[in-house]
Design a protein around this ligand. Structure first.
Ligand code: ZN
Length: 304
């Protein structure tokens, strides 16, 4: 697999839109979806305005079908850490993900050059729990029309709990930057949602026109069933942090945005039961062995 999954530079005056897939190596739906879209763009000679780039995230972890090798490539984008890597002074210099971060950074810098009407960065992920279709975005961009075309729950304030995400790093470089979570890891649903969602985003950014892509996108059909019962906008109010080696185990059966009550037993670890600290909706319950975020509790923001 190559770092650059696809790149099309079209007519001037359009946006720059960068898609990253597989920042976590066991989440291959994004990589496949990006490749699908580029294949169609090329074979059908779809006219493009601006520049569309597809980039693969953690190549080493993708080869092993593992979330990461030495550390999480979506928690290391702290500007001080990245500059220490660039200058060769980090204590983590020889870690697999340090080399991945440097290579990814080089690709992102190279592809970001030039003047564009808009700059958009989309990070494609999948989750280990059901109903994992949502958008993660810094709050100041939650109303952006490009994000709203996906008609998925929008989660704000996660950046206050997750340090060093690539989407925050790109946000701070001036991109409209968000994570697009497609659903359960390894599911056909996630691949289909990501593929159709990429087409919707390309239309919303005016990189391609509806008349050229309507035949390829079945986004409304895919989302019709599940999106009506999901919240529109939520804010994160709690995160359960998992220490390594703590034997954290989520109780089975929880899915994203399921209502929970304060005091409800959600999981357990070596110290015993772990109870909900407040009422709310459970978010990103951890059903895989890797990761330090056990679960989050979110609250609906009502802006009607
Ligand atoms: Zn991920």
């Amino acid at each position: 697999m190559n770092r650059i999954l696809g790149k099309i530079e079209g007519e001037e005056g359009g946006p720059l839109i960068i898609f990253v897939g597989g920042l976590h190596g066991n989440e291959i739906a994004g990589v496949k979806a990006i490749s699908n879209v580029f294949e169609t763009l090329r074979h059908q000679n779809v006219p493009v305005k601006g520049k569309i780039v597809g980039i693969s995230g953690n190549l080493s972890a993708l080869r092993q079908y593992s979330r990461y090798v030495d550390f999480d490539l979506n928690r290391c984008w702290d500007p001080a850490f990245i500059s220490s890597l660039k200058s060769g002074n980090s204590g983590w210099q020889n870690a697999v993900e340090s080399q991945e971060a440097l290579s990814l950074m080089t690709a992102l810098e190279k592809e970001s050059q030039g003047d564009y009407r808009k700059r958009i960065f989309v990070d494609l992920h999948t989750t280990s729990s059901d109903n994992g279709n949502f958008i993660i975005i810094p709050e100041d961009e939650a109303d952006n029309h490009v994000v709203k075309v996906l008609k998925l729950p929008i989660v704000v304030d996660l950046d206050k709990y997750l340090q060093g995400t690539l989407l925050k790093f790109m946000h701070d470089l001036g991109f409209l930057s968000f994570a697009f979570e497609g659903g359960l890891i390894g599911s056909d649903h996630a691949l289909n949602l990501h593929t159709a969602g990429i087409w919707e985003l390309l239309k919303a950014c005016e990189a391609v026109t509806s008349e050229h892509v309507n035949g390829f996108s079945s986004y409304d059909k895919i989302t019709a069933d599940f999106s009506k019962n999901l919240p529109h906008l939520v804010t994160v109010k709690y995160r359960h942090w998992v220490e390594d080696g703590n034997f954290f185990k989520m109780k089975p059966g929880y899915h994203n945005f399921q209502e929970i009550r304060k005091g409800e037993i959600l999981a357990h670890d070596r110290s015993g039961d772990i109870k909900a600290t407040c009422d709310g909706l459970i978010f990103m319950p951890l059903y895989q062995d890797f990761g330090n975020d056990g679960f989050f509790i979110v609250d609906i923001i009502d802006r009607t």
